[in-house]
Design a protein around this ligand. Structure first.
Ligand SMILES: [Zn+2]
Length: 545
């Protein structure tokens, strides 16, 4: 059993060690009941890691300016993967008494401080032995996303510091760490957002929010770019190669040109391993984290506009997916995207989705994103992006997290810009969950001198009202016409050569029931090309995109 030793070196300096713990239930709750005290903290860490075990030698210094006796609670955790041992506490500028409590998992040191001088300093020396790869505790949202591996692991606050109720600045100095690892950090902000932090020298400067230290076998690639006359530092911590930082710079510039200029001074990408999936990423305030660049990061970068700068709740996922399509858009990608939409078996209208779940994911991300692509087609490029910019500025200051309210806001923005009623569009796309089915119901081809007259009857069988592009391909020319289909529509067109093909929605603006060459194979869980039924009327091939 430990014995509490109190040494008074001078009247205003006390050393406490060898704490004797009393067992009490629910120590963590007891800790939570204490009030915050204003003060600043500095932590100095020596971190060692052998691939499984992290050993952290720490000194935590708390500076207070108390004028009356106050109890400072200090909490630490012990479990099968974390052995946290407070070795000594030194107090200057005050008299001090300690009560040590333990409940089998958490230890609580209650420091009764009686100030003698204007400034009081508490210095806590400790050792923590932590096994990051075995940690499955979900202490915070971020633990749901990051998994520690030998190549990149993280230290939650519980692993490297004593939790106090002292609120103020917190500086974390990593005076030594394994030299083949790079350090970075994630600072928790209000409303479950995280900001990547890089050390200045060897020190992270935080405002005292929960701070996760990350160590990874990354290379650091950095570029400085100009966006709208402002300098933005782009940093990639990754083992994927230097090209990543160049692609990030491109993405930021592309999104900035369509939406509003990237609103922050820095963008930091951190490569991490996902916790639940092989492929996982999440957007950060001024950055992104993810398991791999190609499929994830364009989406996560977009969250700096939709999600961080403006918060639109679930619609952030639709709009981030849409925005990611602005980076390297190709028709093949649109077809692939459409195929993912059509593969979804979820038939919940977006307005009725309450959470991002596996069931609703495709519906919310891909289908939701594609709807915005269709809206772009309906209102035109210039109006569409102007509307998105207005939406971002409104939702930057206003709470837009309620889907239905925000859909009404979006509708209002575009109705004002186009001076048109757009209720039909929002009703059929957000309040329903199926897709239009456009077909050529009849085709007549007549020869007139050296020209041809093509008469098409185009119908839609799922009750959608939509504009539609129709492309007529002849040996001489391609003619593209825009029609409005409400049930059915007739298109008559004179062409120079004999028409060989009619393409409905050639640029894939609308997700159509028969519009994609791809489907998910639910048995094999693969994404594959499918054979599409080919139609031909009077020697004219009919294609639906
Ligand atoms: Zn997302």
């Amino acid at each position: 059993m430990a014995v509490l030793m109190v040494m008074c070196i001078s009247p205003s300096q006390v050393k406490l060690k060898g704490f004797q713990f009393s067992e009490v239930p629910n120590v963590k709750r007891l800790f939570e009941e204490y009030e915050n005290t204003i003060g600043n903290e500095t932590i100095t860490l020596e971190i060692a890691f052998d691939g499984w075990n992290a050993t952290i030698e720490g000194v935590q210094e708390i500076e207070l300016s108390l004028s009356s006796p106050t109890t400072i609670p200090l909490l630490f955790e012990n479990s099968s993967i974390l052995k946290f041992e407070v070795e000594e506490i030194e107090i200057r500028g005050a008299k001090a008494n300690i009560t040590a409590l333990y409940d089998g998992r958490y230890g609580l040191l209650l420091l009764d401080i009686e100030p003698i001088e204007n400034t009081q300093r508490i210095k806590i020396s400790y050792t923590s032995k932590y096994q990051p790869l075995f940690d499955v505790n979900m202490r915070d949202i971020i633990d749901w996303h990051i998994k520690s591996t030998k190549n990149s692991f993280y230290l939650p606050p519980e692993a490297y510091m004593v939790l106090s109720k002292v609120k103020g600045n917190l500086a974390i100095k990593v005076s030594s760490h394994p030299s083949n690892y790079t350090i970075a950090g994630l600072l928790k902000l209000p409303s479950d957002k995280y900001k990547p932090l890089l050390p200045e020298g060897d020190t992270f400067h935080t405002d005292g929010g929960r701070f996760y230290i990350l160590l990874g076998k990354w290379n650091t690639h950095e570029r400085s770019i100009k966006i709208d006359g402002r300098s933005v530092r782009v940093i990639a911590l990754t083992d994927e190669g230097e090209w990543v930082v160049d692609e990030l710079a491109k993405i930021l510039k592309v999104y900035s040109s369509y939406l509003i200029p990237y609103p922050y001074d820095e963008f930091v990408y951190i490569r991490i391993k996902g916790h639940r999936n092989e492929i996982e990423g999440f957007g950060l305030y001024g950055g992104a984290a993810g398991t791999q660049f190609e499929n994830l990061i364009p989406h996560e970068v977009a969250h700096n506009w939709f999600g961080i700068y403006a918060e639109l709740g679930l619609l952030d996922e639709s709009l981030a997916t849409y925005t990611s399509s602005l980076y390297k858009p190709t028709l093949e990608k649109a077809d692939y995207w459409e195929g993912i939409c059509l593969s979804s078996r979820d038939r919940t209208p977006i307005v009725d989705i309450n959470a991002v779940t596996r069931k609703h994911q495709t519906n919310l991300y891909q289908r939701g994103g594609f709807i915005f692509r269709s809206l772009q087609f309906v209102v035109g490029n210039e109006t569409f992006f102007q509307g998105l910019r207005e939406l971002l500025e409104i939702c930057h200051v206003k709470d837009c997290r309620e889907t239905e309210k925000t859909l009404n806001l979006i509708k209002e923005i575009y109705e004002n810009l186009t001076e048109q009623d757009l209720d039909w569009f929002f009703r059929e796309w957000f309040y329903r969950a199926d897709y239009p089915n456009f077909t050529v119901s009849s085709l007549k081809l007549l020869q007139k001198d050296s020209n041809y007259i093509l008469k098409l009857n185009i119908s839609e069988e799922n009750g959608f009202v939509m504009p539609l592009e129709v492309r007529i391909v002849t040996s001489v020319e391609n003619i593209t016409k825009r029609i409005f289909v409400n049930g059915s529509s007739v298109l008559e067109i004179e062409t120079k050569g004999r028409p060989t093909m009619v393409i409905l929605d050639p640029d894939d603006w609308v997700p159509n029931v028969n519009g994609s060459s791809y489907r998910i194979n639910w048995e094999k869980l693969t994404f594959e090309r499918i054979e599409r039924e080919e139609r031909e009327i009077d020697g004219v091939k009919i294609v639906v995109n």
